[in-house]
Design a binder for this molecule. Structure first.
Ligand code: ADP
Length: 200
């Protein structure tokens, strides 16, 4: 069965960790917009230079830029059997763009896994990490940006009946087990279902 998943949650909620676990388990690519953007920065391309300014400030890069990146990435053949999006969508316009892309491919999202971790725990986790944008002031700003621009996606996907809440405060293996359970239930209820034959 193909599986198209989105991992949603505040910075430091463990999306990257869970994306890697899921990717290995289901043999589908994990696509991290953060990684894709940092790769552009490291490559020193003109685009990378523009992107760096946003990352350093803890601001989101413009929707059109990430939407293009994702659209391009989702046209790669390795996404045929499914994908895990980590860090996309992060705004309502991004979510709408994703819905549009997937509708055109006749492959709606299977689920949006929301990793719930309270802001204080997230702040502590990020404070221990050593990425360029993990400085305290930038962390606080990223959390604000999350609340303002990304948290609205919780009700967006709730309205679609796609949102699955996962307790992200548990240790990584326990989070993975909770996700497994959600996916098992999805597979159970999907029996013979809404999938088009071409993707079975
Ligand atoms: P974290 O979830 O810990 O913030 P990410 O690697 O997912 O880490 O994101 C790092 C930064 O990359 C964000 O603060 C933002 O500047 C940029 N970014 C990542 N994904 C997106 C996106 N979908 N839209 C806009 N900016 C993004």
């Amino acid at each position: 069965m193909g599986m198209d998943l989105v991992l949603l949650g505040p910075p430091g909620s463990g999306k990257g960790t869970q994306a890697a676990i899921l990717s290995e388990k289901y043999r589908i690519p994990a696509i991290s917009t953060g990684d894709v953007l940092r790769a552009q920065v490291d490559a020193g391309t003109p685009l990378g230079k523009r992107v760096k300014a946003y990352l350093d400030r803890g601001e989101l890069v413009p929707d059109s830029l990430v939407v293009d990146l994702i659209q391009h990435r989702l046209s790669d053949p390795d996404t045929q059997q499914g994908f895990i999006l980590d860090g996309f969508p992060r705004t309502v316009p991004q979510a709408e763009a994703l819905d549009g892309m997937l509708a055109a491919l006749d492959r709606p999202l299977d689920a949006v896994l929301y990793l719930q971790v309270d802001p204080q725990a997230v702040r502590e986790r990020l404070g221990q990490r050593h990425r360029g944008d993990d400085l305290q002031g930038v962390i606080d700003h990223r959390l604000e940006v999350f609340l303002q621009q990304t948290a609205p996606l919780i009700s967006y996907y709730q309205a679609q009946g796609k949102l699955k809440l996962i307790d992200g405060a548990q240790p990584p293996e326990a989070v993975a087990a909770s996700i497994d359970e959600v996916i098992r239930r999805l597979a159970g209820s999907a029996n013979g279902s809404s999938r088009t034959p071409s993707r079975s």
